[in-house]
Design a protein around this ligand. Structure first.
Ligand code: NDP
Length: 451
């Protein structure tokens, strides 16, 4: 049977666009539908604009440090309008780049919402319908607000790039990547930030010592971080929202933002109707080749809720094309993925936390915490952490955790060594680059503890 397309991709984010492009390059006839902006969460309302805001937010501290280094400089004021205009011009440019990547590779794009009518048919909101040999669902996820009185008034991460004016005060709910990153951003931009996290320590699941240091530094930087605290309700009042907290406090904030997790975009797409299995969180259940229960339908990225990171979605898209269009079945390797949290300081991490590693096997922990020379010279009390978790038996580095300025840059490189299976002795054999912060990772002498 002749299909209109070999592949129909639903979703023009990082994963979908990469899969569409690479599939088209094999000679396949490919279409892609996107009902919002091309580039998806990462480019339009996630990693990219977030990182620009991180950069913007870090200048006041840099200027303060510059003064300590003898420069006669003053921060003056931050012009949100001019930054925002420039930010959105850049996002428009990037969206154009994504569209161009598709058109120049011969992918047909539809600015429409797609639903799956049957395992080989896509129906668009325009009324058009197309047959296709394969379907790839790459629709990502969306932020969720908890259901509590007034929560519909709260912002989510999507809204953080669109303020008319920056609020004077803001409450951020949550303790994950998004909550912590925006707490740092808004604090750096001069907003009075309070953060509520319901658990005992932010960044659950990461190495305890590392997240402990991030939280200490966040507090040191002026963020009013309240652990073991949650919001019960909120209501609009003059000048913002009055919130009630689990600790009995009532306070007014100009804005409230929920960073309380994300949900896969799988609703009203015809997925379950055609037999695609969804998990309890609404995520599409796939096998190691990203194939669903319906053989012609595959899914990649956040919609599958495996490891919700852009580079992982891209890898999943590449592996899908390798498997389906190049005849080379390629499972996705989700093991030892380096990642960074762009707080101040950043946290870079790869492999097992100390807590997870010691559950698996006997380990040695090598760690050092110190004041880095650049900040210390400027009179800052901030500390950094370099930590390796090492298998007692194989001496392999099972985990590497860095809390430091630019830890995201460092962990990318340390990640190569860890992914290669480097031992502690391999780290030790590597000559230090002096004077740097990261040299400490190759000069850790004795374990600080064993478990
Ligand atoms: P996370 O799932 O990481 O964090 C959600 C947070 O909200 C947790 O602290 C959770 O608490 C809390 N929470 C959940 N429900 C409630 C509730 N009802 N009331 C109060 N608190 C609640 O989600 P994020 O939205 O922060 O991030 C989503 C994903 O996006 C991340 O997992 C990551 O994969 C990706 N991401 C990556 C970034 C990067 O690479 N730098 C940046 C941003 C996002 P608890 O811990 O108790 O469950």
């Amino acid at each position: 049977m002749a299909f209109d397309y070999d592949l129909f991709v639903i979703g023009g984010g990082s994963g979908g666009v990469r899969a569409a492009r690479v599939a088209a390059q094999t000679g396949a006839k490919v279409a892609l539908a996107e009902d919002d902006r091309y580039g998806g969460t990462c480019v339009i309302r996630g990693c990219v604009p977030k990182k620009f805001m991180v950069f913007a937010s870090e200048y006041p501290a840099m200027i303060a440090d510059a003064q300590e280094y003898g420069w006669a400089v003053n921060a003056g004021g931050f012009n949100w309008d001019s930054f925002k205009t420039k930010l959105h011009t850049e996002l428009d440019r990037l969206e154009g780049v994504y569209r161009k990547i598709l058109s120049s590779n011969g992918v047909t794009t539809y600015d429409a919402r797609a639903t799956i009518a049957d395992p080989h048919t896509i129906t668009l909101s325009t009324g058009e319908s197309f047959s296709t040999k394969h379907i790839l669902v790459a629709t990502g996820g969306s932020p969720v607000r908890p259901s509590l009185p007034g929560s519909e008034h709260g912002l989510v991460s999507d809204d953080m790039f669109h303020f008319d004016t920056l609020p004077k005060s803001m409450l951020i709910i949550g303790g994950g990547y998004i909550a912590c990153e925006f707490a740092g951003i808004m604090n750096g931009l001069g907003v009075e930030v309070c953060q509520f996290y319901r658990g005992a320590q932010i960044l659950r699941g990461f190495d305890e010592e590392a997240r402990g240091l991030v939280s200490e530094e966040m507090i040191q930087n002026g963020i009013d971080l309240r652990l073991g605290t949650n919001i019960i309700e909120m209501e609009p009042v003059e000048g913002g929202y009055r919130i009630k907290a689990t600790n009995g406090q009532e306070r007014v904030f100009e804005q409230v933002m929920f960073a309380t997790g994300r949900r896969p975009n799988t609703a009203d797409m015809g997925l379950e109707e055609v037999g695609v299995k969804l998990g309890r969180g609404g995520q599409i259940i796939v096998d190691e080749y990203s194939q669903t229960d319906v053989p012609s339908i595959y899914a990649i990225g956040d919609v599958t809720d495996r490891v919700n990171l852009t580079p992982v979605a891209i890898r999943e898209g590449m592996a899908f094309v390798e498997t389906v269009f190049k005849g080379n079945p390629t499972p996705v390797d989700h093991h030892l993925i380096p990642t960074a949290i762009f707080t101040q300081p950043e946290m870079g991490t790869v492999g097992l936390s100390e807590e997870d590693a010691r559950e698996q096997e006997p380990i040695h922990v090598y760690a050092t915490s110190f004041k880095p020379m650049q900040q210390s010279f400027a009179g800052r009390p901030n500390r950094v952490l370099m930590k390796l978790i090492v298998s007692q038996e194989t001496r392999k580095v099972l985990g590497c955790h860095i809390v430091a300025p630019a830890a995201g840059e460092m962990i990318q490189l340390a990640g190569i060594a860890v992914k290669m299976g480097a031992t502690k002795e391999d780290f030790d054999r590597t000559v230090a680059v002096h004077p740097t912060m990261s040299e400490e990772i190759v000069t850790l002498k004795e374990p600080v503890r064993s478990a």
